[in-house]
Design a protein around this ligand. Structure first.
Ligand code: T3D
Length: 263
C-alpha cells in the first residue's frame, strides 16, 4: 500500500511508524486508519521486526480525531461516531495490544484526544519535555475513547483520571511522568536518541517474553489472583520451551551476553 497519511520504515529490526499530517497535528482520518491497519498487520507477518516506535511528524504527536474529516460531517442527521469508534479506533487499539512485538510511543508534542490514548496504548511512552497530554473529549461533548477510560485510571488512579477526563486540562510531560501516566520524560533534543537507544535495546530482548508480560499485566485487573497465577503458569510453560529462554540460561551460565532471536 502507498501511504499518504503515515510513514512506515523498517531497519535493523525496528519498525518506525510516523503519523504524517503535520499541518493538522497528525489528527486521525479514516484514510489514516486504513493505512495504520495495513502497517500494523504487516508487522504481524514480518518476523525481522522486533519493536515498533510510534511518533508524529512536526510539532505534535497526534491531536486525536480530525474534527473536519467527512466522518464527522454534520449533515441532516448527526454522524454515527459509535461506528467510527468500532471501525477505526477499536481495531487500532486491539491491533496494538495484540502486536507480536513491544511498542514505544515517542511523544514529540501534544497528544490530545485519541492521540493521547494512542500513546497510552503503547507499552512504553517517552515524551519530550515540551510535550503534553490532553483529554480533549469533554470539550466537545465526548468521553475518553480509544481505551482512554481503561488506561487512565489504571495508570494514574481514579481521582486523577477523573480530573483529567472531566476538566480536560493539559498535563505537562513532566507531570505525566510524575503521575505514572508515561514511563519517562527527557529533554526535547534528547528524545530521538533516547528512543533510538531504547528501541535497539528492546529489539535485542526476548520478544515473546516482553509481549506475554504485556498480556499478563493487562489481564490482571479483571482476574482473581488464582486466575492470574494460572495465566502466568501458562505463559511460563510456553516461554520455557522458547529458544530465547534456552539462550538466556546458557548465556548466564557461560557468563556472556545473551543473543536473543525473538523465538
Ligand atoms: O469519530 C470520532 O470522533 C470518535 C473519536 C474521537 C476521538 C477523539 O480524538 S475526540 C477529540 C478530538 N481532538 C480534539 O478535540 C483536539 C482538538 N485540537 C486542539 O484542541 C488543539 O489543536 C491542540 C490542543 C491539540 C493543539 O493546539 P495548538 O494551539 O498547538 O494548535 P492549533 O492552532 O489548535 O492547531 C493547528 C492546526 O491543526 C489548526 O489548523 P489550521 O487552523 O492551521 O489550518 C487546527 O485546526 C488543526 N487541528 C488541530 N487539531 C485538530 C485539527 N484539525 C482537525 N482535527 C483536529 N483534532
Amino acid at each position: 500500500m502507498d501511504y499518504q497519511c503515515i510513514r512506515f520504515e523498517v531497519s535493523d529490526s525496528v519498525a518506525r511508524l510516523t503519523l504524517n499530517r503535520p499541518d493538522k497535528l497528525n489528527s486521525f482520518t479514516s484514510a489514516m486508519h486504513i493505512e495504520l491497519r495495513d502497517a500494523l498487520d504487516s508487522i504481524q507477518v514480518d518476523r525481522t521486526i522486533r519493536v515498533l516506535v510510534v511518533s508524529g511528524a512536526g510539532r505534535a504527536f497526534c491531536a486525536g480525531q480530525d474534527l473536519a474529516d467527512p466522518d464527522m460531517a454534520m449533515g441532516d442527521t448527526a454522524p454515527d461516531i459509535g461506528n467510527v469508534v468500532e471501525q477505526n479506533y477499536k481495531p487500532l487499539i486491539l491491533r496494538l495490544q495484540n502486536l507480536r512485538v513491544p511498542t514505544v510511543a515517542m511523544v514529540n508534542g501534544v497528544a490530545a484526544g485519541a492521540g493521547a490514548s494512542l500513546a497510552l496504548a503503547c507499552d512504553l511512552a517517552i515524551a519530550g519535555r515540551s510535550a503534553s497530554f490532553l483529554q480533549a473529549f469533554s470539550k466537545i461533548g465526548l468521553i475518553p475513547d480509544t481505551g482512554g477510560t481503561w488506561f487512565l485510571p489504571q495508570r494514574v488512579g481514579m481521582a486523577r483520571a477523573m480530573g483529567l477526563a472531566l476538566l480536560a486540562d493539559k498535563l505537562t510531560a513532566e507531570k505525566a511522568a510524575e503521575w505514572g501516566l508515561i514511563w519517562q520524560v527527557v529533554e526535547d533534543n534528547e528524545l530521538a536518541s533516547t528512543v533510538d537507544k531504547l528501541a535497539t535495546q528492546l529489539a535485542a530482548m526476548p520478544t515473546k517474553a516482553l509481549v506475554r508480560t504485556r498480556q499478563a499485566m493487562h489481564a490482571a485487573p479483571t482476574h482473581t489472583l488464582e486466575q492470574q497465577l494460572s495465566m502466568e503458569g501458562g505463559f511460563m510453560r510456553e516461554l520455557g520451551w522458547s529458544s530465547d529462554f534456552a539462550e538466556g540460561v546458557a548465556a548466564f551460565k557461560e557468563k556472556r551476553s545473551p543473543r536473543f532471536t525473538g523465538t
